[in-house]
Each structure stands twice: as C-alpha cells, then as structure tokens.
Design a protein around this ligand. Sequence first.
Ligand SMILES: Nc1nc2c(c(=O)[nH]1)N[C@H]1C(S)=C(S)[C@@H](COP(=O)(O)O)O[C@H]1N2
Ligand SMILES: [Mo]
Length: 337
Amino acid sequence: MRTGRLTPRQVDVVLEVLLLGAVASGLTSWAIGTSWAKAATAIHALCGFTILVMAGAKLRGSVRVGMRRGRPSRWLSVGFGLLVLATISLGVAHTTGLWFGVGYWSSLWTHFLVAFALLPLLLWHIFSRPARPKLTDLDRRAVLRAGSALAIGAVVYGAQEVVVRVAGLAGAARRATGSHELGSLQPSRMPTVSWINDEAPTSTDPANWSLDVFGKRLDVAGLARLTTPVVAVLDCTGGWWSEQSWDAVPLRALVGNDSARSINVASVTGYSRLYPFSDIDQLYLAVGYGGQPLRRGHGAPVRVVAPGRRGPWWIKWVTSVQLDDRPSWLQTPFPLE
Ligand SMILES: Nc1nc2c(c(=O)[nH]1)N[C@H]1C(S)=C(S)[C@@H](COP(=O)(O)O)O[C@H]1N2
Ligand SMILES: [Mo]
C-alpha cells in the first residue's frame, strides 16, 4: 500500500475518521438485532481492517516523528496504538471464531471494554496535538489514497471471510449481528449471562413469586397454563445466540383493552426497561423452554422473551409489568446496572 505520499497529518485525519466510524458502526451493530445489523457490522469490519492497512503509514509518519521529539506523552500515544491493535485483534478473534475468550471475558465483550476504555484516549489524541489536523488536509490526493486503503481493507475483509469458510472455522456460521450459535434447543447448553452488575436472586420458588402484570397479581402456575411455544433467538451482546422453544404467554393476551405509551418491565433485582407499547405483539412472558421450567440462571420463574431485540431486553426474574406514560426513548440505550 503506497500511502507513503500522504503527509503524517493526512494519515492521522484518515485514521481518526476510521476510528470514529468504527465506534459508530460498532455501537449500531451492537444495539440492533435487525437486518440493519449486517450493514453496520460490515462497515465496522471495513473500518477495522483499513486501520490495519494504514498502520504502516502511521508508523513511518507521525509515530517516528513523535518518538524522536520525545515528549513524555509519547508513551500514552504508544499505549493508545497498542490498545487499538488489541481491540482489532479481539474483533478478528471473535469473528473468525479462532478464540472466544475466557468465560465471562468473551473476546467480543473484551473487545468492547477495551474500545470503551480507548474513547477518552481517542479524544485526547484528537484534541491534544499541537498541529491539529484540518478538514482541508483531505484534498483530492488524500481522498484517493484513503479510498485505496479502504479498497485494500475490503479485500482483506473478504479474504478473512473466505478463509473462515474454507477452513470451516466457527466464524462461518455467524448471525448478521456477528454472534455465534450456542446450545440451540438444548437449554442445558445455553449460557447464562448477567448484564455488567446483576445477579440471580437466591430464591426463585414459583410458589412464592410476586408477579404483578398490568396491575393484577398473577401466580406463576396460572401463567404456566396459558403458555404456547414461541421459537425465538436470544442474541446476547456478548457475542453468542441461542434459539429455544420458549413456553410463553404473549403480553397481548394479558393487557386486555388497555394501552399506553410504554410498557415498563422490572426484575426483582431492580433491572428494568421501557418498551414502546407498539412492541406488545413482540413481547412474551416465558416460564419455561421445551416443556421444562426455566433454570434459575435463565430467569426462573418468569422472564421476558423479546424476539428481534438483543439480549439486554430479555429481562430475567420478572416481578412487574406495567403500563407507563414515559416515552421509551427517555432511557439509556442500555441498562446501567
Ligand atoms: N434481571 C436481569 N435480566 C437480564 C440480564 C441481567 O443482568 N439481569 N441480562 C440480560 C442479558 S445482557 C442477556 S444476554 C440475557 C441472557 O439470558 P440468559 O442468562 O438466560 O442466557 O438476559 C438479559 N436479562
Ligand atoms: Mo447479553
């Protein structure tokens, strides 16, 4: 790749655009479970590979100059660069299926955590440089060079996908979101995951479970008599998905003629989410899968099944489902606990 003729500042601008593009597309593919996830994931991979393609030009340019200038902050910059490379490597490990990480620290989750830790460094890197890059650095030549770097990035990305398929790596069977299949229709093989800081309650006895749905107290045994099988995919943002036949009751069947702006579902742990009321036909309360009751880790005795929504929306250990007048966009995109 002959990006050699770009000035170091131009290389920096292109890299910054790519990094910001990677952040935006990564968050998008993470938050959505629909077909749009595929485009976001592809753009994300393209940004990542193109950053690798540009790494040589970066080393020859401002890295060399910066090391020679010898300010103490150069080590922060070196750390930043190494973390970017680590983030991309973890992304490749996840997508190819070569390495899934260790337990809770799945390669995708670690990829996300490192990337998140990088954000302040990225902003510092953009704003702290004495000669701040200007948009005018993106002249015709720079755009052409950046374009050819993108093209090479796309070729490398394509090559990865071919290798993954030819070598029969686990990454060949990824979902559009980038997640890998685990334990479908075998609940005992499905992982249990908590979001950041949540924990299963000690007692999940269905006989003593307090459940209030749209202002009415329900008992779990009564709910269990209303279930129908709902085949749906739980796609965790940690990078795996699992399809189960959930024994579930549609919320539509429980709401009667009432309606509101939103539906608030809360777990006994305090974890909660607001769903737009228009989702009512895509929301279920499940008490089991494949005819067996849910395991404690899977949200026993009652959990949300939300086909089309990512894992964080599948609230476990549900204790309350209520109509709510707050708009559902008035909440953080992901739960904070
Ligand atoms: N109460 C509660 N519900 C929760 C979570 C949580 O931490 N607390 N984690 C969510 C996330 S991120 C996922 S991926 C799924 C995981 O469900 P599982 O443990 O049955 O696989 O539960 C969701 N529901
Ligand atoms: Mo998750």
